[in-house]
Each structure stands twice: as C-alpha cells, then as structure tokens.
Design a binder for this molecule. Structure first.
Ligand SMILES: Cc1cc2nc3c(=O)[nH]c(=O)nc-3n(C[C@H](O)[C@H](O)[C@H](O)COP(=O)(O)O)c2cc1C
Length: 229
C-alpha cells in the first residue's frame, strides 16, 4: 500500500507501528536511583519510556537528569506544565508507579494531587490507562493503619499492586536492600498490563483477579488520552 506522507493512512500506520509508551513514575525511595538502568531495560523490552519523578526523587537524581533525558529520549518531568504550554510526552499505553513511597501511595489513594506524578496517576484511573505500582516501604510504614487501606483503595480502582508474594516484600527499618528491589517483576507486570488490554477502552474499572491477589485494569493502549494536567 502506498501511503502519502501526512495522509490519514500514513498517520494511522505510524500510530500502529509506534512502540507502546511506558510512563515510569518514581518517588523518593532508594531504588529510584536505578532509574537509568530501568529505563534502558524497559527500552530493550520494546517500550518508549517517559520518566516522571516526584520533586524529592528529582532532587535525588539531579546530577543524572540530563543523562536520563538522553537515555529515555524525552524530558524528565517532575512538575505540572504551565497552562498553555505544550505536552511534551506521547500518550501513555501503561503507567508504572515505582518505586512508590508510603507518602506517594497514600497521596494517590487519597486523591491528594499536588505532585505531577500523583496527579497523573490519579487521573489515569478515571481515564482507564492500565496502571501498575510496586511499593517500597519498610515494615514499620507497612504497619501504619493507612497503608493497607491505601493499597485496597488502589486495587479496587483497578491498579495492579505488586506487594507481598510476587512483588515487593518490606524489610525492617534501616535494613532495606535497594539492589534487590524487584524491578524485573514490575516491568513484567507492565508488559502483562499491555498484553491484557481488552480493546474497547471503555471499562477502566474492569478488574480481574490475578495470582498475587492483585487486580488490574484492562483498556486499550494508545487509545486513552495522555493525562496532561
Ligand atoms: C535515604 C532515604 C531513604 C528513604 N527510603 C524510603 C523508602 O524506602 N520508602 C518510603 O516510603 N520512604 C522513604 N524515605 C522517605 C521519603 O523519601 C519521604 O517520605 C519523601 O517525602 C517522599 O516523597 P515522595 O513520595 O514525594 O517522593 C526515605 C528517605 C531517605 C532520606
């Protein structure tokens, strides 16, 4: 088929051939310092990756930001854009919130959206963008009464939460092992979320049981709009 440059056929073809877009949204827990390696690995797995960070995580990675932008091929975002400014990321196929701190998870579950990363993730629930998260909390944070409530809220909203067996298992305070944060499980779950997208894009809260006791949304990659708050 001959496709004229700029024609609707060409645009349709380009959209079909574009790699899926993974929004990797990290908060300020030590595994975020591995963001560069994770972006590289996600790209190796076929994703176009956009890296978003909470302001604290961006501060931790300050020296690496230019390199991270080069590796991902997109600006690293840690703040909302100003009104009227253009969108700098392509629309998300899947968003992976990891590492997710106690603070970020609770804010997300409670709908407290003063941070770009949390605002995006909160809006993505309503937009039906497939969402995966992997917490990074110590065992003391995990015993706070809000923590299980926040995980339950997010799971009920269709977010796949990788916590416990098959996901992140908390360590005692001060005995965290950032190098053993199970990033491969997070990337596999993101791919699974893409694979199981059901194609109608209309049922963001269609949650299905999975072996880890988590649930995740099913919707169409590429058809949902990018949360550009
Ligand atoms: C060295 C260091 C390690 C930390 N590790 C964690 C952690 O593993 N999990 C967590 O929830 N908070 C951790 N924190 C605390 C968070 O960084 C802090 O609550 C921060 O406000 C989170 O902000 P954010 O959720 O906006 O990124 C750590 C703080 C420091 C200084």
């Amino acid at each position: 088929m001959r496709r004229e440059r700029g024609s609707w056929q060409q645009l349709w073809w380009d959209a079909r051939m574009a790699p899926p877009v993974l929004y990797l949204l990290g908060s300020a827990a030590p595994p975020v310092l591995q963001a560069g390696t994770v972006v590289e690995e996600a790209r190796r797995r076929g994703w176009d990756v956009c890296l978003g960070l909470t302001p604290t995580a961006a501060d931790w990675l300050e020296d690496q930001l230019p390199q991270l932008e080069q590796t991902s091929g997109h600006p690293v975002r840690s703040r909302y854009k100003r009104p009227g400014r253009p969108d700098v990321w392509p629309p998300a196929s899947v968003a992976l919130v990891a590492p997710a701190t106690f603070n970020t998870l609770n804010q997300w579950a409670l709908g407290l959206t003063d941070k770009f990363v949390v605002g995006f993730a909160a809006e993505a629930i309503g937009k039906g963008i497939p969402l995966v998260t992997m917490p990074c909390v110590n065992a003391a944070y995990a015993r706070h009464p809000q923590f299980p409530r926040s995980l339950a809220t997010l799971r009920d909203a269709g977010v796949r939460v990788l916590y416990g067996e098959g996901g992140f298992v908390p360590n005692p305070p001060g005995r965290g092992r950032p190098d053993s944060y199970p990033w491969p499980l997070a990337l596999e779950a993101a791919s699974a979320a893409l694979d199981t997208a059901d194609g109608d894009g209309a049922a963001p809260h269609t949650a299905a049981a999975d072996p880890a006791g988590a649930r995740h949304a099913r919707c169409v990659p590429g058809r949902t709009e990018h949360g550009r708050p």
